[in-house]
Design a protein around this ligand. Structure first.
Ligand SMILES: Nc1ncnc2c1ncn2[C@@H]1O[C@H](COP(=O)(O)OP(=O)(O)OP(=O)(O)O)[C@@H](O)[C@H]1O
Length: 280
């Protein structure tokens, strides 16, 4: 089914991006859509530009060409004040998105609400407790970040990320460094928050098996653009060897394990044609 504008919260069209003039081109003609109210997983080899994509969507980076429409507004073309307003409707949870170490869990969640509103403290308290309840940490509100386990810290950061009721939440490697139980908890939380808060979620991850259990849509990026997209079932049924390599987590395939090099025999023995093909 082709999606219409109304179904999609984010529409990226023919995007070209390099970090600076003359630098390596990260994207060339990237087009994709993020369906509203759903969970979209973005996968691809390391260094392909997944974090960069989230920064482009958040307006922290500007493409050289192309559009990034968020709820109909072209993010790269917005004025500073319009971008500030648009950003309040999005939230990003980066792996490094640490909590403020000198504030309690409660104050960490209250911080963005105090920054962006004039709400009285009683209302802020209700909101903070609701957000902490949603991630199962209401009882941990008086703790300092140093007293939390890694998994609890990730959940507290998640509570802070939803403090302002965003429409879009972008997760960068949310499962990285988590033990299997915490990972399972975070997978469930992403799903339950998406449903209960009516969020649109984008999850950048290498943890294929985990994300496939909750993703409505999967986008695979390689070679500077989208190379495959569809539901987990559609991609699992795909005959494309590249899709298969990603989903099966195979080290070698259309994306080679070895960086391009002369054959091993040639290099070790100094023999010009010792090993046949290059690049493997
Ligand atoms: N600030 C920057 N300036 C210049 N180049 C950068 C900058 N940030 C990232 N890059 C480069 O842009 C490319 C994309 O990086 P990015 O971090 O978005 O990839 P990624 O797909 O998220 O990687 P990983 O899966 O390993 O986290 C890489 O080649 C990286 O070296």
């Amino acid at each position: 089914m082709t999606s219409t504008l109304a179904d999609d919260l984010v529409v990226i069209d023919k995007l070209n991006f390099a970090h600076s003039y003359g630098a390596h081109q990260v994207y060339q003609g990237l087009s994709l859509t993020i369906p509203r109210g759903k969970i979209t997983a973005v996968m691809g080899p390391s260094g392909i530009g997944k974090t960069t994509l989230l920064r482009l969507m958040g307006g922290q980076l500007k493409p050289q060409q192309g559009e990034i429409r968020f709820a109909g507004q072209n993010i790269p073309a917005l004025s500073r004040s319009a971008l500030y307003e648009a950003r309040k409707r999005m939230s990003m949870l980066f792996q490094s998105g640490a909590l403020f170490t000198d504030m309690s869990v409660y104050d960490n969640i209250a911080f963005p609400i105090r920054e962006h509103s004039n709400l009285p403290e009683e209302i802020i308290e209700t909101i903070v407790l609701m957000k902490l309840e949603a991630v199962g940490l209401r009882g941990a509100r008086h703790l300092m970040p140093a007293q939390l386990s890694g998994g609890m810290a990730r959940r507290a950061a998640l509570a802070r990320a939803i403090a302002l009721d965003p429409e879009l939440i972008m997760y960068d490697e949310p499962f990285a460094g988590q033990d299997p139980i915490s990972m399972g908890v975070i997978v469930k939380l992403i799903k339950s928050l998406n449903t209960s808060l009516g969020l649109t979620s984008v999850v950048v991850t290498h943890d294929v098996a985990e994300v496939l259990t909750i993703a409505d849509k999967v986008i695979i990026i390689a070679n500077k653009k989208v190379v495959a997209e569809g539901s987990p079932a559609e991609l699992q049924a795909s005959a494309d060897p590249l899709v298969h390599q990603f989903l099966a987590g195979e080290a070698d395939g259309p994306v080679p394990f070895h960086y391009q090099a002369p054959s091993f025999g040639e290099e070790i023995l100094g023999v010009a044609d010792a090993g046949g093909a290059h690049a493997r």
